[in-house]
Write a protein that binds this ligand. Structure first.
Ligand code: OAD
Length: 249
């Protein structure tokens, strides 16, 4: 059954000319970054002081308790040691070989780009980029953010510096959403992987897909399983490694 499904996905990707991958935290678990909603995920335990992790990832927390926000952010969302796994490298190879048009991701870890993917729409931003809240919105990279003080300040204007990530209570970047929607609309294959599809508006983008090949690779069931033309409940890193081996040797 599994082998037959891998064969189907391989042939779909072989025939695709504008496939889009839509993914989430499950893409990076094999790189050692926990997801959010699995048993070992970030939401399984409470944050410091009994605060819910969702609060520690919110705009309210950034504004009201910046020290708590940054302590949680630095400890749980920034993984400079993480390396791309076969899911990331497989997607980069599919793009390089002309089979994949874009990666749309909810992840903020930058691993798709590190693996070599070029067209990546980061719906929730990236921990690699920062900007200050001053009038001129000075920009920084993660490497430019010192460990101390915990709440970073802009060396140019003194305003607080924050990560370019979308927090609970904040809107997605309209340009990124528009570009992702356009890619999904044009797609001749939509491959969804490593996401519980619980979070909107990100998951809502999938409704723009008009093609008839919708494949879903996820460890656990998702609310879209019943709509997919192909469902594989297996690790996405293993599935993409096998697909790329069959396609490219
Ligand atoms: P979730 O933690 O909700 O879902 C991850 C999914 O990946 C789960 O269904 C797992 O079963 C599956 N999974 C884990 N490892 C996998 C693997 N190796 N192969 C295949 N599947 C695997 O993460 P997201 O759906 O990404 O937003 O969560 C969406 C958003 O919720 C995140 O971007 C974040 C969070 O709140 C913000 O912080 C704004």
């Amino acid at each position: 059954m599994y082998s037959h499904d891998i064969a189907t996905l391989t042939s779909w990707l072989d025939e695709a000319r504008s496939a889009v991958f839509f993914g989430g935290a499950g893409v990076s678990t094999a790189s050692g970054i926990p997801d959010f909603r699995s048993a070992a995920g970030l939401y399984a335990s409470q944050g410091p002081g009994g605060r819910p992790p969702e609060y520690l990832l919110s705009h309210d927390c950034l504004v009201d308790e910046p020290a708590e926000f940054f302590a949680f952010h630095r400890a749980n969302l920034v993984h400079p040691e993480a390396k791309p796994n076969p899911a990331h490298t497989g997607l980069a190879e599919l793009e390089a070989q002309g089979r994949l048009a874009a990666v749309v991701t909810q992840n903020i870890d930058g691993l798709h780009q590190l693996a070599g993917s070029r067209v990546v729409y980061e719906l929730h931003g990236s921990v690699e980029r920062y900007h200050c809240l001053g009038r001129d919105r000075h920009q920084f990279t993660l490497a430019q953010i010192p460990d101390e003080p915990v709440v970073p300040n802009c060396p140019r204007c003194g305003a607080m510096v924050r990560p370019d990530v979308v927090l609970y209570g904040e809107a997605l970047d309209a340009e990124v959403v528009d570009a992702a929607v356009a890619a999904v609309r044009r797609a001749d294959l939509l491959l969804i992987g490593g996401t519980s599809l619980n979070v909107y508006p990100a998951a809502g983008l999938l409704h723009y897909y008009r093609g008839d090949r919708l494949a879903l690779v996820n460890l656990s069931e998702t609310p879209m399983d019943y709509q997919a033309d192909l469902v594989i409940h297996a690790p996405i890193d293993e599935v993409l490694a096998e697909v790329c081996k069959r396609l490219f040797g």
